[in-house]
Ligand binder design. Structure first.
Ligand code: HEC
Ligand code: HEC
Length: 277
């Protein structure tokens, strides 16, 4: 136990030990999936030493190896449901699961470490900034009402052009979702404006995704979305710098074939309509 902890505190030794551990069983795997890179993804949510800071994320340290493997298999098979872990476990083979579970099982559990030290999460920070002059340069491609909110989805010219040509969204593409309060009538149905679109109050907040060459380099392989970064912004466009974008990356990762965009169909449809040209 003491050995595993000290190894974790010295990343290079830890990485070497882990690579040695995973090496033989991962021999067939591609280089970038070496064990040392797999574990950095877990650390982005479960804490560097497997002790979590969040009420929604369990500790991994000190749990039984067989239990951890079983949970990973359940996430992969869909019998235990969680969007984030389904995306992570779906990328792992049984051997990789066993090796990862072994490492976490050997670290001291929460009883030893009374609470996670501040900064013990290897949080992934966003580099995306709010587009200057928004919505100038962006096209509204979809409006939806969800609960009491209206989401307006916008794409910039780089994204629209690639979507129109059926190509992956390249360097410089950006998508912004503006969240507004919906205007509801007495029956709590959305009120429509003159153009037949859901009427909305002033913007509450924004969510965004943008792609820049090189951004993905430091993102753990299990979380990497090419070179995309995700961010949340306040109504004035200031970025929520406390955000750990690991959850955004995990959930959007299965959309890789569509440039990590869930609403690609709507985006493509909008580029085909004369109004969007
Ligand atoms: C994007 C955040 C995120 C990342 C990255 C992540 N996890 Fe998780 N993990 C979660 C959340 C959230 C849960 C709780 C799921 C639930 O409520 O069922 C969880 C649960 C688990 C559990 C179940 C634990 C228990 O006590 O039942 C295991 C095992 C696990 N994760 C292993 C891993 C491993 C191994 C990695 C790295 C390869 C990893 N996770 C990466 C967010 C993450
Ligand atoms: C649990 C899964 C999940 C997580 C976590 C998540 N998203 Fe999404 N995201 C979606 C889905 C599904 C959509 C499609 C629209 C919808 O259903 O709301 C979407 C849509 C989007 C879009 C519009 C482009 C597209 O993909 O359709 C942006 C931008 C976006 N999300 C940003 C973020 C940011 C920023 C975060 C992290 C703060 C985040 N998302 C976290 C599931 C997720």
């Amino acid at each position: 136990m003491a050995r595993a902890t000290s190894l974790l505190r010295r990343p290079s030794t830890f990485a070497l030990a882990l690579a040695a551990l995973l090496g033989p069983i991962c021999a067939a795997a591609a280089d970038d999936r070496a064990g040392a890179t797999l574990i950095t993804a877990c650390q982005a949510c479960h804490g560097k030493e497997g002790i979590s800071e969040s009420a929604e994320i369990p500790n991994l340290a000190g749990q039984k190896q067989a239990y951890l493997v079983k949970q990973l298999q359940a996430f992969r098979g869909g019998t235990r449901k969680n969007d984030l872990m389904a995306a992570i476990a779906g990328q792992l083979g049984d051997d990789e699961m066993r090796a990862l579970a072994l490492v976490w099982s050997q670290l001291p559990g929460a009883a030893a470490a009374t609470s996670a030290p501040a900064g013990s999460i290897a949080a992934l920070r966003s580099r995306m900034s709010f587009p200057a002059g928004f919505p100038a340069g962006f096209t509204l491609y979809e409006t939806v009402v969800d609960g009491g909110q209206v989401a307006r989805r916008y794409a910039n010219a780089v994204a629209l052009r690639a979507a129109r040509e059926g190509k992956p969204l390249p360097d410089g593409a950006a998508i912004i979702v503006a969240n507004h309060p919906a205007q509801l009538d007495a029956a709590r149905k959305p009120v429509l404006d003159a153009a037949g679109q859901p009427a909305a109050g002033p913007v509450l907040s924004y969510a965004g995704m943008a792609v820049r060459d090189g951004w993905g380099q430091d993102v753990p392989v299990l979380l990497r979305n090419g070179d995309w970064d995700y961010a949340l912004f306040a109504a004035d466009g200031s970025r929520r710098d406390g955000l750990n974008q690991a959850a955004c990356l995990a959930c959007h990762k299965p959309q890789a074939a569509d440039s990590y965009v869930f609403t690609m169909k709507a985006l493509r449809a909008a580029t085909a309509a004369p109004a969007a040209r």
